[in-house]
Design a protein around this ligand. Structure first.
Ligand SMILES: [Zn+2]
Length: 247
């Protein structure tokens, strides 16, 4: 079965909707991930997880929302950020379109923490406007099994941004991109800070763009293991969502 929405025709979508009402939507960001990681890290990983799970479960996955809410990374070159307002509108329009066609379970498979509040606001607003269906956001890096695995591999040096876990997955998926990235070790600092930060505050407290992480520990082999664990955990979550009775 073709699981990418972008590769279907509309009669094929009609056929799918006779049997299933679920669709996954990967969400990520286009933001700096320190000198060690790729600017596309968050959407590359979310897309890989969502597409692999969709394939395994014979369900549809929509095109990836690559841009996300990343204003705090704007002091680093290459970051392209949406405002929360834009993200709320974008997510609302995606859900509205999918609901109009008969999808009733819309699951955002997310790779970027900065997106979560906007996605949830969009869902709450649609519910207030009487949109029926089950709308969920699941972040691969928040799954308990994934956190346990990363903790056991990176022993307290996983951190919060440009983590060796996510960098490992991109090393596995895009090895050619790492030929030009550094691998030397730096210090892992744990400064006290508040949240949210402006991009200038962010650069003052985390001058090289990492947040308490050691991305030089990343390897493609760890990446394969973490990606597999993330897919297992997300699949389990999707199976639970598919068992819910949509009212
Ligand atoms: Zn990231």
């Amino acid at each position: 079965m073709i699981t990418l929405l972008e590769n279907l025709s509309y009669p094929e979508v009609e056929e799918y909707l006779k049997k299933k009402d679920i669709i996954l939507v990967p969400t990520g960001s286009v933001e700096q991930h320190s000198p060690y990681g790729l600017i596309g890290t968050d959407f590359i990983v979310a897309e890989a997880v969502a597409r692999r799970v969709a394939e395994a479960m014979h369900i549809l996955v929509a095109p990836t929302v690559k841009y996300g809410v990343s204003p705090h990374h704007m002091a680093f070159r290459g970051t392209v950020s949406l405002t929360p307002d834009t993200m709320i509108m974008l997510i609302s329009d995606i859900i509205e379109s999918l609901v109009a066609h008969g999808f009733r379970r819309i699951v955002f498979v997310n790779g970027h923490g900065g997106n979560i509040s906007s996605i949830k606001i969009a869902m709450e607003r649609l519910k207030a406007r009487m949109f029926e269906g089950c709308f969920e956001v699941v972040s691969w890096y928040e799954m308990e099994e994934v956190q346990r695995l990363c903790k056991s591999i990176f022993t307290g040096q996983e951190g919060y941004h440009a983590t060796p876990g996510e960098v490992s997955i991109t090393r596995y998926l895009r090895p050619e991109a790492f030929k030009t990235k550094p691998v030397h070790e730096l210090q892992v600092a744990n400064p006290k800070f508040y949240w949210p930060l402006t991009c200038e505050e962010m650069k003052r407290v985390f001058p090289d763009g990492r947040m308490e992480s050691a991305p030089w520990l990343a390897t493609a082999d760890y990446g394969r293991k973490i990606l597999e664990e993330a897919c297992r955990a997300i699949q389990k979550k999707i199976e639970e969502i598919m068992l819910l009775k949509v009212l």
